[in-house]
Write a protein that binds this ligand. Structure first.
Ligand SMILES: NC(=O)c1ccc[n+]([C@@H]2O[C@H](COP(=O)([O-])OP(=O)(O)OC[C@H]3O[C@@H](n4cnc5c(N)ncnc54)[C@H](O)[C@@H]3O)[C@@H](O)[C@H]2O)c1
Length: 351
């Protein structure tokens, strides 16, 4: 089997991990890594035994596919150069900083027959994969993605940096169009929102409350999902799923406390999670998401198959993010000095 010739463009915090994993794949030939930070390019290249480049364009003639992990504001520029040549691309999330740029990349990939995957890595989180295997029709979702400020990704705010993960997961679970979006954002460090909250209502009736913060002392990446089948709680960091579903007896006969005799009603609290609601906790510690994501990309390129996080999916997440950002710019505040509040950085393309 011919080895897939690949490059990684941008080998900073995340790109160097892409390079490390790809260098270890038996069916991949990691031709080179490119970074405008030449020292970084050389340090990474030396570690994995690849060639270092200070610019990515020489690689356009040397590879079949590339991973793009430059800052988001450069995704469109760099990815477009590869896609135009029919080269396959995995672009880190978010696909692009605007819907227009994301759409351009999707159209380029379609036109040139190139595979375009987006690095929404939580799709490969075993906790999320577990609930995708189960019948669950979300009616209410609550997601929180909180952490401390890393000083990276300053070209985007918390919506495109963090919340985008949950927007993609929600769109993967809930079918149908979004009816309304209510949102607000608060900036702490600069001109972009560092804390963001949104309520998304789907035409189907499903409601999702999503919060993201990069100004939080305690990291947390959770999602709670309620549906007619029961409840699923996901801890992305621990790769743990907690499932709660009505017991067979409750599914058959229902549970109406007013019809219980006084003794059974008195025991209800103690028996709730023993007799009436079945709880199952699953932990999937030993699965490396980045390896799974990159393995999937390589397999899709080899098979000419659409990846599960396609350019279209990445584009849809950016479209929803853009609605959330537009909603923030409409938020009005009274009684608080303006300089303490989120100053709406409305990107031209959002306005
Ligand atoms: N999937 C995830 O969970 C996840 C996590 C972190 C970052 N990201 C995404 O990955 C991307 C990179 O983030 P990061 O945290 O690694 O940033 P980073 O700043 O650590 O790395 C970016 C690298 O790109 C290089 N670069 C800049 N312009 C370049 C160019 N024209 N050509 C080649 N290299 C160039 C920089 O020198 C730097 O080394 C962002 O889009 C970010 O949103 C995704």
């Amino acid at each position: 089997m011919e080895r897939l010739r690949m490059a990684v463009v941008g080998v900073g915090h995340l790109g160097k991990e892409h390079a490390r994993v790809l260098a270890g794949m038996p069916d991949v030939d990691l031709i080179g890594v490119a970074d405008v930070n030449v020292d970084q390019a050389h340090a990474v290249a030396r570690r994995i035994g690849a060639q270092a480049f200070s610019e990515y364009w020489p690689l356009l003639n040397l590879v079949d596919a590339a991973c793009i992990a430059v800052p988001t504001s450069l995704h469109e520029l760099v990815a477009a150069d590869f896609l135009r040549r029919g080269l396959h691309v995995l672009v880190e999330k978010p696909l692009a900083p605007s819907l227009q740029a994301a759409q351009n990349l999707v159209e380029l990939a379609d036109r040139h027959g190139a595979i375009l995957q987006v690095g929404h890595i939580e799709r490969f989180n075993p906790a999320f994969e577990e609930i995708q295997r189960r019948p669950l029709h979300p009616r209410y979702i609550r997601a929180e993605r909180l952490g401390g400020f890393t000083g990276r990704s300053c070209d985007i705010g918390a919506v495109l940096d963090l919340m985008i993960h949950d927007l993609d997961l929600i769109l993967a679970m809930v079918q149908g169009p979004v009816r309304t979006v209510d949102s607000l954002g608060i900036n702490v460090f600069g001109g972009r929102e560092d804390i963001a909250s949104a309520r998304i209502q789907f035409e189907s009736g499903c409601v999702a409350d999503v919060t993201a913060s990069r100004a939080h002392p305690v990291p947390c990446r959770n999602m709670h999902i309620w549906g007619p089948e029961g409840y699923a709680g996901l801890d992305f960091a621990q790769r743990r799923v907690t499932l709660v579903q009505p017991s067979a007896e409750v599914r058959k006969n229902g549970l109406d406390p007013t019809k219980l005799d006084p003794a059974s009603r008195a025991c209800l609290r103690d028996e709730l999670f023993v007799r009436h609601l079945e709880t199952l906790t699953l932990e999937r510690k030993n699965q490396d998401q980045l390896t799974c994501e990159l393995r999937h990309f390589v397999d899709c390129v080899r098979a000419g198959r659409q990846p599960k996080v396609s350019g279209h999916a990445g584009r849809d997440a950016v479209a929803l993010a853009e609605r959330i950002l537009a909603g923030m710019s409409r938020q009005t505040w009274t009684g608080i000095p303006a300089e303490l509040l989120f100053s709406p950085h409305v990107d031209q393309e959002v306005a």
